[in-house]
Ligand binder design. Structure first.
Ligand code: FAD
Ligand code: DHB
Length: 389
């Protein structure tokens, strides 16, 4: 088999890149080790920057998002028993779109199928080869048969645990990492959100986030210890703890109902540099992870795809290597800005083992400054809606 770009991973990064390439007439094949249904069963991000919205439109997969997604002009920071609105639109002229990663992935899969794109799911032992030489190729197994795809380039869109980054010699890679001493316990429930906008809450008992997927579906998170067990968290216990961490007006108004998804996610910051090794590119979570505070993970995958697609388009349309050569540097510049922002939101809003009463006061003072200074609010808002590509 031969293709122009072999894409490893059918998450948002791989699907978005694949669709942009297909639309531009550049042949590509997507390989994923799990099934379509498994991918669509994962509940992950929910807030899209305008850059991501534009990319979905460019891919021709934005129609349902514009119909069903919820544009948000602001969000709240809650601390010290009070709620403070950050007016994203007033401060930046931009807004965000609340639309689940699951839905976005569904739309991109549907679009790929409609445009005849080729995807292989449940491909095992996927392996990139010879990306430092002239003839890169990818091998995989399907139903006990080994296949080989020769290609011009390999896009490693296979997430943090994927094979692409692991195939690069350790000596060629520099990694940076911070592991946070807590996780997020999240639930999805068919109940109306407690507020029409998101609430990020700092509380002495720990962080809480009230998000949503629609006017009737809520996504709630609370900071938890890393060794917490899901089985120990009944819905009632979860809602009780969430209510304790919110200002009274929200706690009193919260509608509760059975959750249909409940999971714990660890928090980490991670960056691998560079993001290109010869003809192999790392894209999205394969190259970097951010803690979810600030909703940057999925959005970074979109900006990586923007830069890589630009490079590949320049190569196929004009035989130019300039965009490909610039990929890693352009992507990493934006990645580090989001890594910094996610780290600072995480640090400001969570309870750390050494936070104590002093640390709590410092956090509240920082938050108070943030919501009362236009300059500080604008800096927060401009990062939250997403820095330009
Ligand atoms: P992924 O979505 O991870 O896709 C990678 C794909 O590669 C997967 O389909 C996987 O099956 C496939 N793959 C992996 N290994 C191989 C292999 N060896 N061979 C073939 N295929 C392979 N971000 C936010 O902004 N907000 C959130 O609330 C949020 N919550 C999250 C919760 C969890 C549990 C996780 C893991 C992430 C969360 N994120 C969140 C981050 C966000 O979901 C990711 O940044 C986003 O999914 C990145 O997309 P991606 O396409 O790069 O990687
Ligand atoms: C969601 C997740 C986030 O990390 C965030 O900052 C906002 C919303 C969500 O899943 O809805």
């Amino acid at each position: 088999m031969r293709t122009q770009v072999a894409i490893i991973g059918s998450g948002p990064a791989g699907l978005l890149l694949g669709q942009l390439l297909t639309n531009a007439g550049i042949d590509n094949i997507i390989l994923d080790r799990v099934s379509k249904d498994y991918i669509l069963g994962r509940v992950r991000a929910g807030v899209l920057e305008e850059g991501m919205v534009d990319m979905l439109d460019r891919a021709g997969a934005g129609e349902r998002m514009h119909r069903e997604g919820l544009p948000h002009d602001g969000f709240s920071l809650a601390f010290d028993g009070r709620d403070h609105r950050i007016d994203l639109f007033g401060l930046t002229g931009r807004r965000v779109m609340v639309y689940g990663q699951t839905e976005l992935t569904h739309d991109l899969m549907d679009k790929r199928e409609a445009s005849g794109g080729s995807s292989v799911y449940e491909a095992t032992n996927v392996m990139p080869h010879d990306f430092d030489g002239a003839g890169p190729y990818v091998t995989y197994e399907k139903d006990g048969v080994t296949h080989r795809i020769d290609c011009d380039f390999i896009a490693g869109c296979d997430g943090y645990h994927g094979v692409s980054r692991k195939s690069v010699p350790e000596s060629a890679l520099r990694t940076y990492e911070r592991i946070y001493p807590f996780g997020w316990l999240g639930i999805l429930a068919e109940v109306p959100p407690v507020s029409h906008e998101l609430i990020y809450a700092n509380h002495p008992r720990g962080f809480a986030l009230c998000s949503m997927r629609s006017h009737t579906r809520s996504r709630y998170y609370i900071q938890c210890a890393l060794d917490e067990k899901i089985e120990d968290w009944s819905d009632d216990r979860f809602y009780d703890e969430l209510r304790r961490r919110l200002p009274a007006e929200h706690a009193e108004n919260m509608v509760t109902g059975p959750s249909f998804e409940k999971s714990i996610a660890p928090l980490r910051s991670f960056v691998a540099e560079p993001m290109r090794f010869g003809k192999l590119f790392l894209v999205g979570d394969a190259a970097h992870i951010v803690p979810p505070t600030g909703a940057k993970g999925l959005n970074l995958a979109a900006s990586d795809v923007y830069y890589l697609f630009d490079g590949l388009l320049g190569y196929y349309a004009d035989k130019s290597l300039a965009g490909i050569d610039a990929y890693s540097e352009r992507a990493l510049k934006r990645v580090w800005r989001a890594v910094r922002f996610s780290w600072s939101m995480t640090t400001m809003l969570h309870r750390f083992p050494d936070t104590g009463e002093f640390g709590q006061k410092i956090q509240e003072t920082e938050l108070d400054y943030l919501v009362s200074s236009k300059a500080a609010s604008t800096a927060l808002a401009e990062n939250y809606v997403g820095l330009p590509y």
